[in-house]
Design a protein around this ligand. Sequence first.
Ligand SMILES: Cc1cc2nc3c(=O)[nH]c(=O)nc-3n(C[C@H](O)[C@H](O)[C@H](O)COP(=O)(O)O)c2cc1C
Length: 281
Amino acid sequence: MVEGECDAVDLNLGCPQRIARRGGYGAFLMDDLSSVESIVSTLAQGLSIPVTCKIRVFPDLERTLEYARMLERAQCAMLAVHGRTRDQKDNNATRADWDAISAVKNAVTIPVLANGNIRDLEDVRRCLEYTGADGVLSAQSLLENPALFDEKCFQLDSTADPLRGCRLLREYLQLAVQHPVPNRMMKTHVYRLLGDWFSEFTDIREQLNRDRSSSFQECLNFLSSIADAVERRIAASGRDHPIPVPIERKSAIERQERIQAAREEQRREEESLAEIGVKVQ
Ligand SMILES: Cc1cc2nc3c(=O)[nH]c(=O)nc-3n(C[C@H](O)[C@H](O)[C@H](O)COP(=O)(O)O)c2cc1C
């Protein structure tokens, strides 16, 4: 069934969300490594395409290394290691442990991908050098800068390009026309892409918060007008960065956005589970 339709099967053994705890999957399978071993080896033996895994680390390095070696024995073809433990859910609060990733790389012979603390292309280079990993994964930073892996963009010192977020947003909206997604998902991307500037242009942010566009096209037009408005304000400001907002206000905004993102994530997860008929109590 799977062969011919995809290139590989990846097992998510790293999800730390409440829903994963309730469902006993993701990072909560770290409590039942014999099941993990059996799932990976059964898949690897039954499929002709590679089976790969993404894990979190244990607080104890030796347990992490045993875990990685077990996955290799079970014929996991490639291992992505998120250098945070299951309890370190707030990525901004804890740095990923690159030493642990490096130790895993030395403990197995399969390719290892490093995950955590990759915010720009310089981090990619530093991480590959430090950990010896074969590649990196990045998630949260890509939401703010989808051009993160674009060498050309980086060389042009894109961090100093104040209109980059607006340009990327327009490109994103064009892609959304080709690959439509629910309105709320498009809006989440707008918050991420223009987030820094919204902390200064709070009236535009308010407009976005209040928007109740019903159709996809209506929402698309609205978001395009938001990109125009922010671009005009940035050009008029003559600055390449927003005026810093007071720390307390910034952290309150960020906290609110993190809560919103977590809710969004949970809803997505529940929808995916409902689609395959799984009910989580
Ligand atoms: C929006 C979003 C969705 C994610 N979904 C998954 C997922 O389905 N499976 C998974 O293993 N990790 C998922 N993660 C976690 C990331 O893959 C990654 O391990 C984590 O964010 C740390 O990397 P970062 O510091 O580059 O963000 C998700 C992260 C984000 C921001």
